[in-house]
Design a protein around this ligand. Structure first.
Ligand code: PHE
Ligand code: FE
Length: 300
């Protein structure tokens, strides 16, 4: 097998916008097979769990060649749908670079893919998370506008010293959001839908809290990046999300929230709309109090 680590994770070839060539021709058959396996596994399990808008956007990923999507071909299709492009980067990029790409309808994606022995745990977002998780909703005109506006809002928040609070909005919507459909909850966050184990945990496990979306409250709430979420926020609809974000002036909000204390992840407030009062058994299991029920599902 050819080792492609030379390019992946190598920032020396990146320009000031951190973009690199995807070098699609350098992927090994094993790397393409990893994509196909992850793709087929998610496509089989997501119907009924994921929001219909995501499934509608999935076809954009079915390109002329199997395996990891060729970003040139993908961008051409995405451009026709909503004016977005996918740009390869070697890994995480600084906030200002990320916001600038979003504000110009460019979504940055890692060009590397996880190793077969790490299918269910990711230290940093790879091409499967970035493309499978994010691109289907970028093909949706409403979410496409949300993402661009978020990039512009990020530039504004940066100027006001409010990036940390705005990042929570991204985390609890774009990455780990749930949406209500009648009485049932559905997935839409990219961090969930690109993860086999969290696609189950986020909806079915009694551990995490599931709370109604409340913008100010959410922007004060901490989150964890190292494991399943202890808390999910549920939006009523994409239209409602847009009304409260894209169509809301965050200037006064950033000022108001300045100096207000953070809210711990597990906290439930009297003002919260509670869908699930989580047991937090999974998170406590980390200290040996409960079994690690969901770890390894799918890879075991
Ligand atoms: N409307 C927000 C502002 O005035 C920016 C924003 C748009 C934030 C979309 C999130 C999503 O800064
Ligand atoms: Fe992501």
């Amino acid at each position: 097998m050819m080792e492609s680590a030379g390019l992946r994770g190598d920032y020396s070839k990146a320009g000031p916008d951190y973009a690199v060539e995807q070098e699609w021709g350098e992927y090994t058959p094993e790397e393409h097979a990893t994509w196909d396996m992850l793709f087929n596994r998610q496509v089989a399990m997501l119907p009924g769990r994921v929001t219909p808008e995501f499934l509608q956007g999935l076809d954009i990923l079915r390109l002329s060649k199997p395996g990891i999507p060729d970003f040139d071909e993908l961008s051409e299709r995405l451009m026709k749908a909503t004016g977005w492009q996918v740009v390869a980067v070697p890994g995480l990029v600084p906030d200002d670079v990320f916001f600038d790409h979003l504000a110009n309808r460019r979504f940055v994606s890692g060009n590397f893919i996880r190793k077969p022995h790490q299918l269910d745990y990711l230290q940093k977002p790879d091409v499967f998370h970035d493309v499978f998780g994010h691109v289907p909703l970028l093909a949706n005109p409403v979410l496409a506008d949300y993402m661009q506006a978020y990039g512009q809002g990020g530039q504004r928040a940066a100027a006001m010293g409010a990036i940390d609070r705005l990042s929570r909005l991204y985390w609890y919507t774009v990455e780990f959001g749930l949406v209500r459909s009648g009485d049932v909850l559905k997935l839409y966050g990219a961090g969930i839908v690109s993860s086999y184990t969290e696609s189950v945990f986020a909806l079915d496990d009694p551990s995490p809290n599931r709370l109604g979306f409340d913008l100010k409250r959410l922007m004060r709430t901490k989150y964890r990046i190292d494991d399943f979420q202890q808390n999910y926020f549920v939006i009523d609809s994409f239209e409602d999300l847009l009304n409260q974000t894209l169509h809301t002036d965050f200037g006064p909000l950033h000022t108001e929230l300045q100096g207000q204390p953070d809210i711990e992840i597990e906290t439930i407030l009297p003002s919260d709309l509670v869908y699930t009062h989580g047991t937090q058994a999974y998170a406590r299991g980390k200290d040996g109090l409960a079994p690690l029920k969901w770890r390894g599902i799918g890879s075991a």
